[in-house]
Design a protein around this ligand. Structure first.
Ligand code: FAD
Length: 664
């Protein structure tokens, strides 16, 4: 825990000026770290006050830096914010130069009140708070400049030892930190092209995420306690679909640096691999992606069924990356078709491993190793369906698991004409890891849920699956995951008739291609160990991301790791050392701190209904693999939904003891 000298965060005053600073238990809510990116933190100034760790901090200079960024970010629509932030900046600069007067302090307090009261978005409403707090509690810092007892800018190091960040609860909740308020604002204005461009700063998979993202942004939306969270995922989908219809493609992908000297190899053409290739290509690198399967896209292509993610959308987005010059070599498994050593010999300067998890976890159920006809792990079943291979399932099947993969298997089986699909899950519906919308759609499509049940034996007849013996469960004490542990109920065995059994309880990785003597380290969960910021493995020049590092997670998290790795790979090739920008550390810190506060009910008018998408009727849905969810009806719906966004922008500034990192 960090020793805090003064804090006014969220209106709770901690004042240790006359005392020896102690660890602040109360303070854990903001979780202010002792250091960020290896640099000692002196202060954090932001939307809910100021936190001072170093008593020697030049508070006036820090505030001047904070309001300098506010002025830059003010969109200018609310005059008090636009003019007020400029006036605050000018007056603070004057005080720093020794031209301040005592009456300036009253004036600054009045302006700060005016900006808060006269602004419509949170940037204007919340940013004046640290100034107001400083004027009340740390007034002597201003007076020292005004009465001349402090020399001009007594702490000049501040000039190059701070970072600012503009975030929002939704943006902070997005692992890739997509500028959500920024693109919603563009949609509001009808500037759909720019909305798409903002998304493409982080990923080419905008239409893909608009369909399958688990949207953690929405669970961080401030509208939740007022009425309902914004439909952020569908807004993203709208921007992508509009762009696709109007061929807004290549020009939107701006190259961010002209540097072009080096080749990078990527293992795996899933969202992590392709996103890393995309960001590296934008930086000017020549990238080759090796993919074991005949198609690119990873689980987007061979896991997620096409009724959730149509392949023309996915392939268009992969093609955008190809058109930037990225070479994707399919049907080439690293380990058998080409070795890691051969990749290095080709002259690549760095390697990004993103091979995902394509092997199935085992259930510990009798008969699962017996190779009965009709027994097929979920990822294999989906891969075969997605690659257009024939799969014989019979009339009645059992799918085991409660996650999205299980739902995809069950819903795909319905579309393949299976008459009875039973889903067996050992806990209750409340503990199911699948999205609520997926569970609801599965029920609508007639899938029978057998909850609090666990398979114990796969039954066979002549080498083919004939049934599944299960046992009923009850929930006991919570386990390591925090969920109540399912416990078998003796004597409650029952049998489900089944022509096929599809377990979908988890995936594991295959890292054989690394070779036994590889210095790349594996974690105890069987995933790759990396530096969490740079994504570099224990071997210099080898980076990794996506599910191979995180375990079975999500597309947006895979994209986030790839974006960090691309920045670190760029630094590694240019400067010989993997590094990320300070803002990445800042973002990572804020991910763990409280930006979205569910206990804080925002002061806004509610009852603005969330706009939902159109969905195909059940009968049409189950008759094939046509897209089931259809997005917003049109631009008017998208604009009216974006108008529900109240721009909860949060400005933050971190002051360090040392200068900026090299890679800034
Ligand atoms: C059925 C299913 C449904 C899902 N639904 C969702 C969803 O709705 N929303 C969501 O956010 N997430 C979902 N996920 C999770 C999401 O798909 C993954 O988190 C994401 O795809 C991980 O991306 P990745 O690039 O790390 O790996 P992957 O997508 O798995 O891609 C890895 C690629 O590497 C290739 N590869 C493996 N080994 C080698 C090798 N030795 N040489 C060359 N290539 C190799 C693989 O063939 C694959 O193409 C789902 C997953 C599954 C299985």
């Amino acid at each position: 825990m960090t020793k805090v000298f003064f804090s006014s965060w969220n209106g709770t005053i901690i004042d240790e000026r006359e005392k020896v600073a102690v660890d602040q238990g109360d303070f854990s809510q903001l979780k202010v770290p002792g250091q960020l990116g290896g640099k000692e933190l002196k202060a954090f100034i932001g939307w809910a006050g100021l936190v001072v760790i170093d008593p020697d901090l030049d508070i006036v200079a820090a505030l001047a830096a904070f309001y300098g960024r506010m002025q830059k970010e003010s969109c200018g629509r609310c005059v008090p914010c636009r003019v007020g932030s400029k006036v605050i900046c000018d007056r603070l600069e004057a005080i720093l130069k020794g031209d301040g007067k005592t009456k300036d302090l009253e004036f600054l307090a009045e302006i700060a009140d005016l900006v808060s009261a006269g602004s419509l978005c949170e940037l204007g409403i919340s940013s004046p708070i640290p100034l107001k707090d400083a004027l009340i509690y740390l007034r002597e810092h201003f007076l020292h400049y005004i009465d001349g007892s402090k020399a001009q800018l007594s702490n000049p190091i501040l000039k190059d030892s701070y970072d600012t960040i503009l975030t929002a609860p939704c943006r902070n909740g997005c692992p890739a930190h997509i500028n959500i308020p920024g693109y919603l604002e563009c949609i509001k204005e009808g500037n759909f092209e720019e909305a798409l461009a903002i998304n493409r700063e982080k990923t080419p998979f905008v239409g893909t995420l608009g369909r399958v993202c688990v949207h953690p942004c929405e669970s961080n939306c401030n509208r939740q306690p007022v009425d309902q969270a914004l439909s952020i995922r569908l807004s993203k989908r709208f921007a992508a679909d509009f762009g696709l219809r109007n061929t807004y493609d290549q020009p939107l992908i701006k190259k961010v640096t002209p540097y072009a000297n080096g080749r990078v190899a990527v293992i795996g053409a899933g969202p992590a691999g392709i996103n890393a290739a995309y960001q590296l290509a934008r930086k000017g690198y020549s990238v080759t992606v090796y993919e074991a399967l005949p198609v690119a896209g990873g689980m987007l292509a061979v896991g997620i069924p096409s009724y959730r993610l149509p392949r023309d959308i996915l392939n268009y987005e992969i093609d955008l990356v190809r058109r930037m010059g990225v070479e994707i070599i399919c049907n080439t498994r690293v380990g058998s078709d080409i070795t890691l050593d051969q990749i290095w010999e080709e002259g690549f300067k760095a390697i990004f491993i993103a091979n995902g998890l394509h092997e199935s976890a085992t259930m510990g159920c009798e008969g699962e190793d017996a190779c009965y006809r009709g027994f097929m792990p979920g990822v294999e079943f989906l891969r075969r369906v997605n690659l257009g291979q024939t799969v014989e399932l019979g009339d009645t099947i059992s799918v085991i698991g409660g996650g999205n993969v299980a739902m995809d298997c069950a819903r795909s089986a319905v579309r393949l004409g299976v008459k009875e699909v039973n889903l067996v899950y050992r806990r209750t519906k409340n503990e199911m890891p699948a999205n609520a919308a997926e569970i609801h759609a599965a029920e609508e499509e007639g899938i029978k849920f057998h909850l609090l049940a666990n398979p114990i034996c796969i039954l066979e007849n002549g080498g083919a699956v004939s049934g599944l013996e299960c046992i009923k469960m009850e929930l006991g004490e919570p386990d390591a995951s925090g969920r109540r542990r399912p416990v078998p109920l003796d004597g409650s065995e029952f049998i489900l008739k089944a022509d096929s059994v599809i377990p979908a309880i988890g995936q594991v990785a295959d890292f054989d291609f690394l070779g036994e003597s590889s210095a790349v380290k594996l974690s105890r969960w069987g995933t790759l160990e990396v530096d969490e910021h740079t994504m570099e493995t224990a071997v210099s020049g080898i980076f990794a991301g996506g599910d191979a590092v995180l375990g079975a997670r999500t597309v947006i998290e895979a994209i986030a790791t790839a974006n960090r790795a691309a920045v670190a790979i760029d630094a590694y090739i240019r400067k010989g050392r993997a590094a990320v920008n300070p803002v990445f550390y800042f973002e990572r810190y804020l991910e763990n701190a409280v930006v979205y506060n569910k206990d804080c009910i925002p002061d806004m008018v509610g009852a603005r209904e969330r706009r939902e998408e159109e969905v195909l009727p059940v009968a049409e849905r189950v008759s094939g693999f046509a897209e089931a969810e259809l997005g917003f009806k049109g631009p008017r719906t998208a604009i009216s939904e974006a108008e529900r966004c109240v721009k909860c922008l949060r400005l933050g500034l971190a002051v360090y003891n040392a200068g900026r990192a090299e890679n800034d």
